[in-house]
Structures are given as structure tokens and as C-alpha cells.
Design a protein around this ligand. Sequence first.
Ligand code: GLY
Length: 344
Amino acid sequence: RVMVEEGIPTGVGAIFTDYDAALAYLRSQFSRPEHDAGIVVKASGLAAGKGVAVCSTLAEAEEALHRTMVESVFGAAGEKVLIEDCLVGEEASLLAFSDGRTVVPMLPARDYKRVGDGDQGPNTGGMGCYAPSPYLPPHVVQDVVARVLQPAVDGMRQRGMPYVGVLYAGLMLTAQGPRVLEFNCRFGDPETQVLLPLLESDLVDIFLACMAERLHELTVRWNSAHAVTLVMASGGYPAAYEKGKEIRGVEAVDSLEEVVVFQAGTRVDGDRLLTDGGRVLAVTATAPSQDRARERAYAAVERIDFEGAHYRRDIAAPTPASPPAVVAHEIGSAYAEAGVDIEA
Ligand code: GLY
């Protein structure tokens, strides 16, 4: 509602708490002659990143709606649903710090939400990520700040709810321009695993400046390296999976230069490290180029293993349609104008 009122570009959609009304809307949307890209059915509440169904046929969409509103597979999170046009394009995440007034964008990142290579299979909480994303060059970062992040922060302040903290805009870069898929009032996972290793400034200084509403006085600096993170998930994830598998190789990889292993779904049992969740580890590598960071990250995950482990093989891989990778020594001056400060 705030996006519509503030003119923030997003997908056309409607919100329902009544199943019959939602079903009627769904059917009317699929009967539109210009409708081709599909429909997205979203549980409005928290569903661990799994409450979104991207449906290309009416039958799939009806099933998703039934599961969400009638079978209540997401519990109370599915009592309200958002039915939206599917947005097609390259996905991008632009996170920003906000003190309620000033917005400072971070480096743009690219998250991979589908479980399988080539964006196949169901959605997950995120299977890998890299930054900076060449799909969001500096002038587009500037445009997204002006048309999305700043109006959102201004709109919340004007409604008496100033937003202080990290605001995450999940974007689809459509042929018609960037459109908001979602906002998160937090860092992203796995975006954080590529952004924080590139942050040169002290995060505490930034948070203190946000709290004191003096973010405009601070220069948030990033280094000019590239970061790639790969998520290692449990066998079966994002559907049912087993826990308690022994993980080997983490210490050896953690001691490598320019590699850090973030543990998410793990637990310690005596001197053993065990899996304890769907997304188990995120292995991040940094390097002066995206290609080198990707090679380092894959070399690192190959040294870690646990029964059933799986990860995507195409994270940060260039595709025929990719724009040229951002060149580390060129990004400093280019991003400066967009408000992102790079230290070479
Ligand atoms: N990477 C998606 C999220 O954090 O919501």
C-alpha cells in the first residue's frame, strides 16, 4: 500500500483474506489476453523464504492458493495472500543504511533463490550470492535510490514511523525498469555474506550514526574486491531434510586466505560439527575479480563435505546475456556519484 501511495515501482497485484475472492481474482488474471509471464501467490506472513509460489499455469496457481489458504501449510502466515503479476528479468538486491532520513546504498548484490542450476526448481532462502552485481551499474543504483529506497524511507517518516536500520530492496530488473519484489527490514541472507567482507568502514560506527540521525556526516567505504558466496544445503532442502550429518573440512577451509565459512544450520556435538538446518554453510571468497572469487569459492566448498550436501554450480558464472563484469579499479569513481564509496 505504501509503495502504491509513494509511486514506488512494483508488480500489479491485490491482497486477499477471503479464499473465494482470491480464487476469482486469480481466474480473472489468467484470462487476461496479455497475461503471459505467470502469477505469483505469496503468503503474507513469514514462511522461511518458502511462502512464494511462481506459477505459470492457472492450475498451479489454484493449487498454491489452496495449499496456502485452505490447507494452511504456512499456518497463520497464509491467512492473508498477495497475488501478483510475475516480474521477469534479472534479480538484484540493493540494501541500504537508513537513519530515518538519509539513505546510503550498499554495493548491489545478486542472490540466487531457486535451488537448482539455471534457476530451476523451487524457491529457497537463497543458494548463493555475489557482489558487486554488474546488472546494477552506478547509474541504476542511483536511480533505485531515487525511485525506491528514498521514497520508502521518506514515506515511512512522513507516516510517523521513521525507519532506522538496514532496508533491503529485492528487485527485478524488468524490460520496463527496476521493480520491487520485496522489502526486508534486515540484512539479506546470503547477501550479508558477500557484503560484510567488502565493507571497509566500521559497522558499529555506521549503526551509531543511524541511531543518532547523522548518517549524512559519515562516509561508508567499501573495498574494490569482489565476493562470491556458495550455500551448502542439506540433502532434500528446501523440502524435508535430515539433520545430524557430520561436516568435515570446515576448519581447513576457514584457515585459507580470503575465504570465510559462515555457519547457519550447524551444531557442535563434542568435537564434531553436525548439520542442523536446511541451509548449513555459506562459503565466501573474495578476490580482485569476480571470476577469481568464484574459482576460490568453488575450490573451498569442494574441500567440505557432509552426507547429502548440495550446492549450485553456477553461482556468479557469466551467462551469454551478462553485462561485462565490473572492473575493480574502475568501480570506485563510478559508484561515488551513486553515493557508494569505494576504496581501491
Ligand atoms: N536473500 C533473500 C533474503 O534475505 O530475504
